[in-house]
Design a protein around this ligand. Structure first.
Ligand code: HEC
Length: 138
């Protein structure tokens, strides 16, 4: 009688180089814990970056006046976006607040990152008013 051929047991044979099953489970748990921790750290780092810009925070703490926002819009924005925000050189802004977050709208106005739209520097109250006006453009 010959002995049966050597097989590697599914649980991992220490003699074959794989760590024993309990140790592997421990490693897997550790890996899961480490990647969860990494995700949490990433979230903590990324979320404030989009939210805690002091100008945006301050703007969002003001209650905007749609009426004053409309006035500011006519003076500063209507030349490009049209008197009723229907679009001209700049795009139609109806429904824009459904497509873009408040933080994104604020950035659009103050950043100057999309020429020819200039960089505006409204006081937080004026920005809140513009935001209220944009929210009214359904
Ligand atoms: C000189 C012309 C000009 C003026 C003035 C201007 N814009 Fe714009 N605006 C643009 C252009 C062009 C774009 C498109 C930019 C792009 O995405 O490439 C734009 C884009 C936008 C967007 C993003 C639209 C979208 O669909 O994402 C918003 C919101 C906006 N403008 C608001 C304003 C407000 C509020 C003002 C006044 C404070 C203003 N704009 C003044 C030209 C202008």
């Amino acid at each position: 009688m010959t002995s049966p051929p050597a097989t590697v047991s599914p649980g991992g044979d220490p003699a074959a180089g794989a760590p024993p099953a309990p140790l592997r489970r421990g490693l897997i748990t550790a890996l899961v814990l480490v990647s969860t921790a990494a995700c949490i750290v990433l979230l903590l780092l990324l979320l404030p970056a989009t939210r805690s810009d002091p100008y945006t925070v301050s703007t969002l703490q003001h209650v905007g006046s749609t009426e004053n926002g409309g006035r500011l819009f006519l003076i500063n924005c209507a030349g490009c976006h049209g008197i009723a925000a229907q679009g001209l050189v700049g795009p139609n802004l109806h429904g824009v607040s459904q497509r873009r977050s408040d933080a994104r709208l604020i950035r659009q106005v103050v950043s100057g990152q999309t020429p020819p739209m200039p960089k505006f520097q409204p006081e937080p109250q004026a920005m809140a008013d513009l935001l209220a006006y944009l929210h009214g453009l359904v």
